[in-house]
Ligand binder design. Structure first.
Ligand code: TYD
Length: 141
């Protein structure tokens, strides 16, 4: 999918598996063709103080699936023209984020855990940290 330009409309909520019984539930995410990328890294965000926001960056190449493994939060996806907000609050749904989008995350509930499956290992080179740079990159596409 390299070379493809994604818009905010390509950010999509995917239903994940859920194996449920009286003693609880399991969601399994495999490195199969259900996700539009191969998983190379998993990380999670937690202990976010009330009122704090995260994100505030874009990625050049990274595909991600973002899951509210516990609690809830809102992700605003921005392609430089269109902004779309998604509230995640179910561990059996995940937001697929293609590359080339700015994101802000806020409205974290107490105890929220933001689980992220990512297509690449961590690389600072992949980040847009400055919104104006990001916007110029998008305008030049
Ligand atoms: P960052 O992605 O900027 O998080 P947020 O946008 O939620 O604030 O990462 C914050 C810090 O964590 C940054 O210094 C880089 C480091 N980090 C890693 O070392 N490895 C990782 O996989 C991630 C996601 C971040």
């Amino acid at each position: 999918m390299s070379g493809h330009t994604f818009s905010a409309f390509d950010a999509t909520v995917l239903k994940l598996s859920k194996i449920k019984n009286q003693s609880g539930s399991i969601t399994a995410i495999n490195n199969d063709n259900y996700l539009p990328f191969d998983i190379k890294r998993v990380y999670y965000l937690y202990d976010v103080p009330s009122g704090e926001s995260r994100g505030g960056h874009g990625h050049r190449r990274l595909h991600q699936l973002i899951v509210a493994a516990s609690g809830s939060f809102t992700i605003t996806v921005d392609d430089g023209v269109v902004q779309r907000a998604f509230t995640l609050s179910n561990p059996d749904y995940g937001l697929y984020m293609p590359p080339g989008l700015w994101r802000e995350m806020d409205s974290f509930s107490g105890g929220a855990i933001c689980l992220v499956l990512a297509s690449e290992e961590y690389s600072e080179d992949d980040y847009f940290r400055d919104y104006d740079n990001f916007k110029n990159y998008r305008l030049a596409l």
